[in-house]
Design a protein around this ligand. Structure first.
Ligand code: ADP
Ligand code: MG
Length: 238
């Protein structure tokens, strides 16, 4: 179970209103992608869902439960960042295990979950290495592994491929699609890459200046863009 509902989410930083009333419903198991120009509020929206930002008004519901003021660790969500955010002094294995350890998960359970994520992401050869001894693609796989072991109902990804070169981007994208199929988990994913959006998404949410311009399947947006902004973004001929 991992449904999400956003009700009229607003968020201001000082006098600047960054999210101007976002309404969205995401079904359990759906892969939803947020696209939009730099600065339009994509990361702020993800961080608000995760509880890393307090919203100014509105409500966040997960599985029908209002979590608007619930701390991040209690939302059943985990987030994968563009910059990996791994601990440099810890091995790959310990990076994956740390969150579980902090949550008081029994050692045998931690071992089992880390082993499973290691297998799903082919991380076995790297378990004893530190992040500095890995390539960018390997680091991002560790970051995804660290999210996997939490067994969240909802995965949030903030431009997870944007620091990778073209070949690794394709490979990691395919891997994320496979994980989505295998886990059946709900995934919400920010990108500014059209190909990523078109290939991964069940539905795409087009954001612009803190509002939603359009929500639809990749083909709906491509064939019937609501306006010129969406058409320009999705690349459909005018
Ligand atoms: P995106 O991810 O779409 O590029 P962001 O959500 O990061 O956009 O940012 C949206 C706007 O909010 C930007 O104008 C940004 O400068 C501003 N912003 C984001 N985080 C903060 C913050 N912590 N304090 C002040 N302004 C912020
Ligand atoms: Mg961002």
């Amino acid at each position: 179970m991992g449904s999400l509902e956003l009700r009229n989410i607003r968020k201001s930083f000082g006098a600047q209103e960054v999210l101007k009333g976002i309404d969205l419903q995401v079904k359990d198991g759906e892969f939803v992608i947020f696209v939009g120009p730099s600065g339009c509020g994509k990361s702020t929206l993800l961080r608000s869902i995760a509880g890393l930002e307090d919203v100014t008004s509105g409500a966040v519901l997960i599985n029908g439960r209002d979590v608007t003021v619930t701390p991040p660790a209690k939302r059943g969500i985990t987030m994968v960042f563009q910059t990996y955010a791994l601990y440099p002094h810890l091995s790959v294995r310990d990076n994956m295990a740390l969150g579980l350890k902090q949550a008081g998960t029994p050692a045998a359970e931690i071992d089992a979950r880390v082993a499973k994520a290691t297998e799903m992401l082919s991380l076995e050869p790297y378990l004893k290495r530190r992040p500095a001894e890995l390539s960018g693609g390997q680091r991002q796989r560790v970051a995804i592994g660290r999210a996997l072991v939490r067994e969240p109902e909802l995965f949030l990804f903030d431009e997870p491929l944007s620091n990778l070169d073209a070949a690794l981007r394709v490979q990691t994208r395919v891997e994320i699609a496979r994980l989505h199929r295998q886990l059946g988990a709900t995934m919400i994913y920010v990108t500014h890459d059209q190909v990523e959006a078109m290939t991964l998404a069940d539905r795409i949410v087009v954001l612009n200046g803190g509002v939603i311009e359009q929500i639809g399947s990749p083909m709906e947006l491509y064939n019937r863009p609501a306006n010129l902004f969406v058409a320009g973004f999705i690349g459909s001929p005018q």
